[in-house]
Design a protein. Structure first.
Lengths: 465, 457
């Protein structure tokens, strides 16, 4: 990292003690769980975390987003929102009343890999809350007026997202990067046309065919003192069956990318005072668990802090941005390396040039000082990143959905600590190549597209907002 | 439900209040410092300065190079930041136990010896960064200036909360190095700060380490003015209308509430939850589910200390619905709340949801430290986290009805309306304005949208 060295003289700080010596970090591993199978085949993962009084429950159902019929894309996300809008036993708003009196909060959401349900509740109400959660999962009303209302809400949200530069950039990036035949080239919540086409029958049918325990996992984390969690899970979760379910689609190959993905797309928003951008290329997934370790470190060194390579120039030297972040984003199969942020409008072209130069400059290698700083940051922040029941449950549910081993988090930390500069350099060179970028910019095209074109870093297409 | 987090307090001879809450679940310690200065202290022509100043706290101090506060702590596994708000500025890091002393040393250097390192180049650079923060979070986002409009509409000119913490571009441009020196000498110092440690540290070790690194600092902050007296509610509606490039019409109704710190404020927050903070709340039931005039409804009580808090009702108007009709419906529900009070079932729902919310807010060491610092700094009550739920539980339905009648009447509203510019109108010229910044971006679909209004680092 580009540190200046500490000034040696301390003449003005009379009475101040000398700079302290750092003590070694304590040994730490991701908390180990008790894992067992429920009667319906679901995997249960239980983390007893003393002192965490809100219990976090996460259910992961490996229902790929691409299971949606293309005509009604968005139906899965809509179904997620409808789950707590009333059930057979508690119709309409009486279900929400039950949830509120129980002190629980519940949500459901889709990712490319599957459907996730989050539920949090104070420990003493866990049984009631699990009963309500499963009632919502298995017997939702999916009433016609609720479907119509939430379709309307979703259509309004699509317009809100179009008006937001980061959302607009993400949507354009997915459409540019992936082949049009891939589900993930399109918005996960559906388009205006596909959402508007969704009927109650569509949602009922999707729920009947896809909401099922096959391959699913349930994670419970929190202070379970005095709670017979095995009995609660057996009663409320293990009894769930769905004989009507369709066979699961299983993702076994990376999504196909667009043949012309290496280019620059400028989404025109006249009058923008900043330009929002996403720069990306292919990246790794985590199927070879041992190979993942260098990537979080690399993302941190390039775009993970104000002193990382990008912000050291674009923020701390030039003042063009509030901050730019990089991430290696693993998918079920295949992955992406993404860098995103926003810059002052009149610095658009210069920022894109600097950014691509910095990213490609990684091919010249990383220093031993960078390696040390990045490895230490990732390895030593782990205990604090997993200090709540919610964070532990989120991590465990994510591992289950991605099919990773339960010891992945701790094993990966051990591998991070062992990384050398050569490992980082090789990992960067395995995925980063000069000129192989997809760039999306959301900003004022009339003012800045020509300057970006003049960089000679790729063909520039201007599209309307 | 009583909570029993063990909380230890001590005050150093230089006035620094130290609070320690041991929690040995994981081998980390959170250091959280609240300085009792925020945008409410800014002088005319210098709006946004408290926040700009906060950025400069990362650009080096007597024994620490520019950027080193970040890099030195992150290399030891620290996660850190700082934020500025109307009432305060906070600085915080969570570090492995072995790096606690380094964190304290770095904090003491900048909280005691900043001015040796401040220079024009740093000020100019961070001024640019803050201007990009303003553009990213406010100027380039739909509805981005709505809350600033609310503050300016409901609070009188010259009031500390009349302007937003982010300030104006003109005032940021006007900030001088001399202002940095003056501000630091006036507000920064152990006697205007609270330092909280939460995590893997004993009270004995924690107090000794804080004394070692902060004990030599002089009592340097000057005395503050007393807090302003309570602002009365508005006597009649005031309004501001904007026509902008926004996706749909949006209505903001704002109310002056009692200053934070007593049961009257808490009772108004319960009233706002009953009105719009639950899935089963009255406005949700009527406007979103019943009449389908709104896409969504939000209410919030924003606790503040300088003589007034802020109550908000925000309604996203459904396509084709009449804004005035929606506003009338909200006013009707406000009047009904005052006239009829709230039911026991509504009270139970609010309390059950508040319990989960409070326990969740206390779950992480860093969040718990921040809440402890909040109430220790602004209300001299370091034990507040243990008593909040009991205080809330003591408020009766009758009391909620009373405060609704006093503070949440229809005629006491300030109204800010954002109307969508018709699609056929000339769209050139004025930039789109917006609300709240996007924190992250996903490769497809939906990005995370931050909804806080605190200025970050």
């Amino acid at each position: 990292m580009r540190l200046e060295h500490t000034r040696e003289a301390a003449q003005s700080t009379t009475g101040a003690p000398a700079r302290p010596v750092i003590g070694p970090p304590a040994d730490w591993n991701f908390p180990s769980a008790r894992s067992f199978a429920l009667a319906n085949g679901m995997q249960a993962v239980v983390h007893d975390v003393p002192g965490q009084y809100v219990i976090s429950v996460r259910a992961s159902i490996p229902l790929p987003l691409r299971s949606e019929p293309e005509r009604i894309e968005g139906v899965a996300a809509l179904m997620c929102r409808l789950l707590d809008e009333g059930t057979a036993a508690h119709p309409g708003q009486s279900f929400a009343q039950q949830m509120e009196q129980t002190g629980m909060a519940m949500g459901a959401a889709m990712t490319e890999a599957g459907l996730g349900i989050d539920m949090d509740v104070p420990a003493r109400r866990l049984g009631d809350a699990l009963a309500l959660m499963m009632e919502a999962v298995t017997q939702p009303d999916l009433a016609a007026d609720d479907v119509a209302r939430l379709v309307r809400t979703r259509l309004a949200e699509i317009e809100q997202e179009r008006a937001s530069a980061p959302h607009r950039a993400a949507r354009e990036f997915a459409a540019t990067f992936y082949d049009a035949s891939e589900r993930i080239s399109r918005p996960s919540g559906g388009t205006h046309e596909s959402v508007a086409a969704i009927t109650r029958e569509d949602v009922l049918d999707f729920h009947r065919r896809h909401m099922a325990p096959a391959g699913a996992a349930v994670v419970v984390a929190g202070d379970l003192t005095g709670i017979d969690i095995d009995a609660l899970l057996a009663e409320h979760v293990g009894a769930w069956e769905n004989p009507d379910a369709a066979p699961r689609d299983v993702i076994t190959a990376p999504p196909q990318t667009a043949a012309d993905r290496t280019r620059i797309v400028f989404v025109d928003r006249p009058g923008s005072v900043q330009s929002e951008f996403i720069v990306g290329c292919l990246g790794p997934d985590r199927q070879v668990e041992e190979a993942w370790a260098p990537f979080p470190v690399l993302a941190y060194l390039v775009g993970g802090s104000p002193t990382a390579r990008i912000d050291a120039v674009l923020r701390e030297e030039r003042g063009y941005t509030y901050g730019i972040r990089s991430t290696f984003r693993p998918r079920v199969r295949g992955g992406q390396f993404l860098t995103h942020g926003s810059v002052r409008a009149d610095a658009t072209a210069e920022s894109v040039r600097e950014l691509l130069d910095i990213l490609e400059g990684g091919l010249d290698g990383f220093s031993e000082a960078e390696r040390g700083a990045g490895v230490d940051y990732l390895a030593k922040t782990a205990p604090g990143r997993y200090d709540t029941a919610g964070a532990i449950a989120d991590e465990a549910a994510g591992l289950a959905l991605e099919g990773l081993s339960s010891t992945f988090t701790s094993d990966n930390l051990r591998r991070i600590r062992a990384l050398g500069v050569a490992d980082l350099d090789a990992a960067w060179r395995a995925w980063i190549a000069p000129g192989e970028w997809t760039v999306v910019i959301v900003g004022d095209a009339a003012d800045h597209a020509d300057a970006v074109r003049a960089l000679g870093r790729g063909d520039v297409t201007v599209v309307p907002n | 439900m009583p909570l029993d987090y063990a909380i230890h307090e001590r005050t150093l001879t230089n006035g620094l209040r130290v609070v320690i809450q041991p929690d040995h679940r994981v081998p980390t310690v959170t250091v959280n410092i609240w300085v009792n200065v925020g945008s409410r202290h800014e002088s005319p022509g210098r709006t946004g300065f408290a926040h700009l100043f906060e950025h400069l706290m990362f650009q080096g101090s007597a024994n620490v190079a520019s950027g080193e506060h970040f890099s030195a702590l992150m290399a030891e596994g620290g996660r850190l930041n700082a934020t500025t708000w109307f009432d305060r500025t906070n600085y915080f890091e969570t570090v492995p136990t072995g790096a606690l002393e380094l964190a304290l040393w770095l904090e003491a250097d900048r909280h005691g010896h900043l001015l040796e390192a401040v220079n024009q180049a740093n000020l100019d650079n961070q001024r640019d960064v803050v201007k990009e923060e303003k553009r990213q979070r406010y100027d380039n986002v739909p509805y981005g200036h709505a809350l600033s409009d609310v503050y300016a509409t409901i609070f009188p000119a010259g009031h500390p909360y009349h302007h937003p913490t982010i300030g104006s571009m003109e005032d940021l441009d006007a900030a001088l190095l001399l202002d940095v020196h003056t501000f630091y000498k006036q507000y920064y110092g152990p006697n205007n700060s609270v330092l909280t440690l939460v995590g893997d540290v004993t009270p004995e070790d924690g107090f000794a380490l804080v004394k070692k690194h902060f004990g030599h600092l002089p009592r340097s902050a000057t005395d503050q003015r007393p807090r302003l007296p309570q602002l009365p509610p508005l006597s009649h509606p005031v309004r501001l209308e904007r026509v902008e490039d926004v996706p749909n019409d949006r209505l903001y109704l704002a109310f002056r509430l009692p200053a934070e710190g007593g049961s009257e404020y808490l009772a108004t927050s319960i009233a706002l939850d009953v009105l719009g903070g639950l899935t089963t709340s009255r406005l949700e039931t009527r406007l979103v589910r019943g009449d389908e005039m709104a896409n969504s409804v939000h209410t919030a009580a924003m606790g503040l200390i300088d003589g007034v808090s802020l109550g908000l009702v925000i309604v996203d108007i459904a396509d084709g619905q009449d804004v005035a009709q929606v506003e009338n419906a909200v006013v009707e529900e406000l009047e009904r709340l005052g006239a009829e009070g709230v039911t026991e079932a509504e009270m139970q729902a609010v309390l059950a949801q508040s319990e989960r919310g409070w326990l969740t807010a206390l779950a992480a060491n860093d969040d718990r430290a921040d809440i402890i610092s909040h109430f220790a700094t602004l209300h001299h009550d370091a034990q507040y986290i243990n008593t909040f739920l009991d205080r809330l539980g003591e408020i009766t339905a009758t009391r909620v009805g009373e405060v609704a009648r006093t503070w949440l009447r229809g005629h006491q509203r300030a109204v800010v309306t954002y109307r969508a510019r018709p699609a056929t109108a000339d769209r050139a010229g004025e930039p789109a304005e917006g609300a709240l910044a996007a924190a992250g971006v996903a490769g497809d679909g939906v990005a995370d949208v931050a909804t806080d209004t605190v200025e970050g680092r």
